[in-house]
Each structure stands twice: as C-alpha cells, then as structure tokens.
Design a protein around this ligand. Structure first.
Ligand SMILES: [Ca+2]
Length: 251
C-alpha cells in the first residue's frame, strides 16, 4: 500500500513538472514586450534566447533540435530557481543565462507580472559585451546586451571618447601644431616678399638718384638753370663790352 502511494505521488510530481516544463518551453514575452514598448526599438526573443524566433521549434537553439546532452543542460537551467547557479542553457544566450544566474529562475517567473522591475533586479554591474552600457540598461533601451555596436548612440559615443582619449588629445595637439606652423610659414613668406620688394625699390632708387623733395627742382633742372644763368651773364658782359667800345672816349 505504502509503495503504491509513493508511486502515485511520484507520478503526480512528474506530471506537475511535465506540465510546468511544457509551459516553460515558451519564451517569456512579457520582457520582450516591455523592452520594446519602453525603448521604442524592435526587440526580438534573441535578446535572451539563442534563437531570435524563441525556444520553440526545431532550428538550432530551439528545443526541438536538442540532443540528450542539450536536454540535460536545459533541465539543469530550468532547475536553477535560486540565484548563484551558473547555467548554460542551450536555448538561452549568455544574457539569458546571466539573468538566471543573477536572480534565479523563480524571480524571473515572478517578474513576468512586473517586467519593469527586471533592470533593477539585475543591477548595473554586468556588461557582457563590454561596451560600457550595463546589461540592465540595454534591456531598458531595447539594445542587444551581447553586441558591442548595439547601444544608445550617446552612451557609445561617450564610451568611445573615454577609450580613445589619448589618441584624441594627440590628434588635437598635432592639428594645433600644424596650424601654428602654417601660420608662421605664412608670416615668413609675407616678410620675405616684403624684403624683396624693399630691395627692388632700393635698386630702383639708386638708379635714378635720390628723389627730390616735393616742390624742389630736380638736379637736371638745377643744372639747366645754372647754364642759363651763366649764358645770361656772359651775354650781359659781352653787351657791356660792346657798349664800352661804341662810346668814344671823353676828350
Ligand atoms: Ca553592454
């Protein structure tokens, strides 16, 4: 009798687990729907599952494709109700496994009614793709926590700046040095051009003699004037000499 009761109880537990396992074959669309509606981005089951189409089916990463070893790993993951158990579910990706490990599967089931609390439950310490954005934030933003190029553009930009700050500073300094050198080169060329113009002006000045001050007669004009004065004096002298000869001496 006792043996019969034990067998019946085992069958009942097996039936409950079977039903429960069958329900768990479905993905938890509450989280996918929340992430998508909260972020405004398209979110697939692939955020947490191995297959973007979810766990059901026969494609790789889906339950129908599992062999005996995969089925065993799936059962171990399903049995991880409490946090701290490291799992490797064949139908989950690393983020899905991380969720199970961090908060336990019992908490995951509880949060199906409050998917908005998932990010708080996960915390912000895990960043599986190492893009500087915590997994929990990526869940809120509807970006993929396993793809480093998937994330808020502003957060990714800040992360890239932080990672490449040395190269950015060096590039700015090199650009500034280049601009400074170009500026000095331009000044040097201008000075050189001005020096050449001064030399040309000096050479031209030496050929023509010093320029007379404004209003003063030129050298040629001065010489002409002097010649005219000399000629005028000579003519006057000749006239005087002629007049002297024409006047007869006084008796
Ligand atoms: Ca991340």
């Amino acid at each position: 009798m006792g043996r019969l009761q034990f067998t019946s109880a085992s069958l009942f537990v097996g039936l409950v687990l079977g039903v429960f396992a069958n329900r768990d074959a479905h993905c938890y669309p509450e989280f996918q729907k929340y992430s998508q509606s909260h972020s405004g981005r398209t979110v697939s089951c692939g955020m947490c599952h191995a297959s973007p189409d979810g766990p059901e089916g026969t494609a790789p990463g889906q339950i129908g494709s599992l062999n005996k070893e995969g089925q065993q790993l799936l059962n171990e993951a399903r049995a991880a109700f409490e946090p701290g158990k490291k799992v490797k579910s064949p139908i989950l990706n690393d983020f899905g496994d991380k969720i199970i490990q961090t908060i336990g599967r019992k908490k995951v089931i509880e949060l199906r009614r409050h998917p908005e609390e998932m990010s708080t439950a996960l915390g912000n310490t895990s960043d599986l793709d190492n893009d500087g954005i915590p997994d929990s934030r990526e869940f809120e933003d509807g970006t993929h926590p396993l793809h480093a190029t998937s994330g808020s553009p502003w957060l990714l930009f800040k992360r890239n700046v932080a990672n490449n700050i040395f190269h950015i500073v060096m590039m700015i300094l090199a650009t500034a040095a280049g601009l400074y050198g170009l500026h000095n080169l331009q000044l040097g060329l201008e000075h050189s051009q001005a020096g050449h113009q001064d030399i040309k002006d000096s050479d031209a000045g030496e050929g023509d003699g010093p320029s007379p001050p404004t209003g003063a007669p030129s050298t040629a004009q001065t010489i002409t004037d002097a010649k005219e004065r000399l000629l005028s004096r000579a003519a006057a002298q000749r006239a005087r000499d002629g007049n002297v000869k024409a006047v007869p001496p006084v008796q």
